[in-house]
Design a protein around this ligand. Structure first.
Ligand code: NAD
Ligand code: UFG
Length: 353
């Protein structure tokens, strides 16, 4: 890679995690180019990124599957590295519309990698997920835990990981000059929002995920939370996940970007890292943390288990600490307080007056 200021292409930069990445990148002095088709995001997010940072980014309202548009963007911009966030992410929807998920996520990624290769841009950070891991008796997942996604969304992530490993393997054998340097980041459960309360998670319709659901109950848009099962083999019977503050998560991306330039990656390669805190919290612990921030109770009732949910899993984040020099800094209180700050400042997300 060339010297600073590097230009980073952020696919899905208007989305929840991508928008936080843009803020951190701009604040760290990188130039940012965003491609997003806005299928699950609003252009207002981009305006707010610029407001928070006092810097500008360049935005292309395009779909990754449009190869002509991608080629034109790579011809116009001098890109040093790509952070690839764009994708569809709803597990339930992926079971109902698998073709849409394979087309958007897998074909969209192939289209991106083809444009990158043609432009000789071969530094990539990819948004993967803990959902690629297989369910076993082991509750803490290291990067060498067996893989085995159980739904179409997860399989798109697993397939893209395989594609990237194959790309890197093929490349180091035939082209050592400018090899693919790829980091796969396997996220655990990203929550929270930027401390300004200006950008955050803005789900369409009724949220699927725990934190947006609780915040909409807390603000009165939804009547009560359904706790999906209290008969799991966990201390309080509710599901346990490794929640990670979105700002900690995107800081992990900047560390990964820096790692691509170290001698560790001189010969290229493709390597996966977990991004998680290494600690699990139960649904009830999250509810109680939210109640402490609010100073009042959250309405909830116990409902049946949700199909496909696991009882408990959390990250082993040691590899990211040892090799990327990254670890979470935010607390559970920070995650919940920042979620609530975003919700109260934007009761209708980016459509709030
Ligand atoms: P998001 O939906 O908020 O952001 C994704 C963005 O990509 C959106 O702005 C959307 O409009 C855009 N997009 C989707 N398909 C596109 C296409 N074909 N062309 C151009 N733009 C497209 O999601 P997020 O929560 O920010 O997630 C970002 C990435 O992280 C996704 O790849 C997701 O699968 C992955 N991930 C998310 C979570 C999570 O819990 N949020 C967990 C693990 C992994
Ligand atoms: N939960 C409830 N009620 C709700 C929503 C969730 O009790 O209304 C519980 C779930 O049963 C689970 C926990 O809260 O125990 C977390 O559920 P989320 O839906 O917030 O998150 P998941 O762990 O199911 O999945 C998330 C993302 C996936 C991603 C995975 C990565 O949604 O896309 O993390 O680990 F693959």
């Amino acid at each position: 890679m060339t010297q600073h200021p590097l230009t980073i292409l952020v696919t899905g930069g208007a989305g929840y995690i991508g928008s936080h990445a843009c803020v951190e990148l701009l604040q760290a002095g990188y130039q940012v180019v965003v491609i997003d088709n806005l299928c699950n995001s609003k252009p207002e997010a981009l305006t707010r990124i610029e407001y928070i940072t006092g810097k500008t980014l360049r935005f292309y309202h395009q779909d990754l599957r449009d190869k002509t548009a991608l080629a034109a963007i790579f011809a116009t911009e001098t890109i040093d590295a790509v952070m690839h966030f764009a994708g569809l992410k709803a597990v339930g929807e992926s079971c109902q519309k698998p073709q849409l998920y394979y087309d958007n996520n897998v074909y969209g990624s192939l289209s991106l990698f083809e444009a990158m290769a043609a432009a000789k841009v071969k530094n990539l950070i990819f948004s993967s997920s803990a959902t690629v891991y297989q369910e076993t008796d082991q509750r803490q997942y290291s990067e060498n835990h067996p893989l085995g996604a159980i739904n179409p969304y997860g399989r798109t992530k697993a397939m893209i990981e395989e594609i990237l490993r194959d790309l890197a393997n093929a490349d180091t054998e035939i082209n050592a000059e400018n090899p693919w340097k790829i980091i796969l980041l396997r996220y655990f459960n990203p929550i929270g929002a930027h401390e300004s309360g200006m950008i955050g998670e803005d789900p369409d319709g009724i949220p699927n995920n725990l934190l947006p659901y609780i915040s909409q109950v807390a603000i009165g848009k939804l009547a009560q939370l359904s706790v999906f099962g209290n008969d799991y083999p966990t201390p309080d019977g509710t599901g346990i996940r490794d929640y990670i503050h979105v700002v900690d998560l995107v800081k992990g991306h900047l560390k990964a970007l820096a790692a691509l330039t170290t001698e560790h990656f001189n010969n290229g390669g493709c390597k996966a890292y977990n991004l998680g805190g290494g600690h699990g919290y139960s649904v009830m612990e999250i509810i109680h943390a939210f109640e402490r921030v609010l100073g009042r109770p959250i309405q909830y009732s116990i409902a049946p288990r949700r199909a496909g949910d696991l009882a408990e899993y959390f990250a082993n984040p040691k590899l990211a600490l040892n090799e990327l020099n990254w670890q979470v800094e935010k607390t559970l209180h920070d995650m919940v307080a920042d979620t609530w700050n975003w919700q109260t400042k934007n009761p209708y997300g980016y459509n709030s007056p």
